[in-house]
Design a protein around this ligand. Sequence first.
Ligand code: IVH
Length: 674
Amino acid sequence: MPEYSQEFLRAQQLRSELLRHNHRYYVLDDPEVPDAEYDRLMRELQALEERFPELIIADSPTQRVGGSPLDAFAEVAHLRPMLSLDNVFDAEEFAAFDRRVRERLKTTAEVEYSCEPKYDGIAISLIYRKGVLERAATRGDGNAGEDITLNVRTIKSVPLRLIGEGHPELLEVRGEIYMPKAGFEQLNRRAQEQGTKGFVNPRNAAAGSLRQLDPKLTASRPLMLCAYGVGEVQGGELPGRHTDTLRQLAAWGFSITRDLQEALGVNECLSFYQRLQAKRADLPYDIDGVVFKVNSLELQVALGFVAKAPRWAVAFKFPAQEEMTTLRAVEFQVGRTGSITPVARLEPVFVGGVTVSNATLHNSDEIERLGVKVGDTVIIRRAGDVIPQVVSVVLSKRPTSAQEICFPATCPVCGSPVARVEGEAAVRCTGGLICPAQRKEAIKHYASRQAMDIEGLGDKLVDALVEKGLITSMEDLYELTAEQLAGLERMGKKSAQNLLDALERSKSTTLPKFLFALGIRDVGQATAATLAKHFGSLENLLAADELRLQEVQDVGPIVAKRVATFFADPRNLDVIQGLREHGVHWADIAVMPRETLPLAGKTYVLTGNLESMTREDAKARLEAFGAKVAGSVSKKTDCVVAGPGAGSKLSKAESLGVPVIDEAAFLKLLEQLA
Ligand code: IVH
């Protein structure tokens, strides 16, 4: 192939890009692009080399499994090569993998697979001689890795000596070292406090922690091991099925995945994949897919290997949670309490299973930390249902036209000056209820379902009412007339009347709902409910000073200050007075001693995702009714609240016969108790 051909040049370009990314990923633990981009470049090069084998050169990144070992650790040869896995990305590709397996095995019968999460960490080889840990090594290039025994010995879940009996003379256990999400967040928080650079994700944090030349540093990092297979075995026998081997490893003291399962044929594998994907955001560690392995060792041997990967296993990857796109513009949104939030407007990108075109940039500190400019290529992360985040900037792709992001000095909606409160990251509009944006948000919040529940008063209608000057505060809602409403766009006579009826109905409310509806900063549904229960009446609450407020369960100095400041402002008292004059009313609550609360003595456990509130809110609400909320299920649990994605806690509850309720039943219960 001529050296000036397009394919030759592209292959060269891909190789040099991959080389650079490899170095940043494996040596510096500081990748610049998301995995999805790296995989795309690698696949493009593989495809090119497949079509034109003459392009393959010995040091092409396609010709090795991992990165080159660091100089600082001794290099050790693996007893058996540490291979990688082929990836599939959809059900069709997985079915094709299964077809190839059956063709090779010359069978039409369904194959039994072992199904396991694909942990997103660092592959490790652990050699035990006579049951004692002798050596731990990274994968390196697959044939030789780095001896990191001293570091690995500091990881508590790595057995230094096996328990149980029947250990082979020599046993090589393979697994993944990973950092749980919580530990990663804590580590990064600490780094931020100390002004040092954190890690991009838990996997890089795990890699960085393992490669410390000082084992004491590794010891201080929250690392864990999940054993997922064996390598070399001498002087001993292991079970004939992979899943049984993993269970045997567990009996010898290794932690293995809790989500291990056997599945017969493609369909059972696919339902495992779906179940795990639904649980993914709730798992305490990152996974990036599912690994399916032919379960019979005999069949594994029959299937064998290709150059880099076994023919008997495959990784079925989840859609990438991180992707690259460009930042088109930054707009500033004014929230209910005046906080001005920069929002990234992005070139739409498919990430975490949906198309994302906006992401939050939080505040000016965050913009500074990221060093991001308009026009930059950025990495977006969307995990579970959380708001998409801008993770980092790909500096090497910055165009010369990139523009600095300027925080506005005045509110983009009302023009009032903005202020930064000391000790707070947020910049706020000082316009208060003069600011139409704050006014709108306050009214939307007041009308929302969990607050005054004014059916038919949606966000668009509030915007229109404020813009037309028909309302400026919540009280004005109750002065609206059928004629005024019917004059609005897309508002018929009937819907105008329905809205008036809903407004009338909303006047009869409860104290917790009313307190929540007032939109006091940091007073969510749960805090509003606790305050209402504690004080019983608005009068009692108004009379409480900051110290008395802090006596309330879960109310700390900050929330106490917010509540006291809110009620000290005569403008807010006027609004409350006005609403009452318009007929808004509620019944006071008899203040009950804790033991007489309706859920006193009951233990609840929350698992899975709830759609209508966070787990913290659900916990606070249960506690406000006197219940204890525990982290694990036992015979003493009275009830488990299970949302989508519930896992082992749900199965435990079922096996113990503990009553389980779903979100709808839970909301009903809260409503009955309120
Ligand atoms: S089995 C020969 N099982 O994924 C097959 N690997 O992309 C060896 N990984 O290098 C791998 N979880 O570091 C296997 N349950 C699991 C895994 C797993 C994570 C990693 C492993 C491997 C990489 C392949």
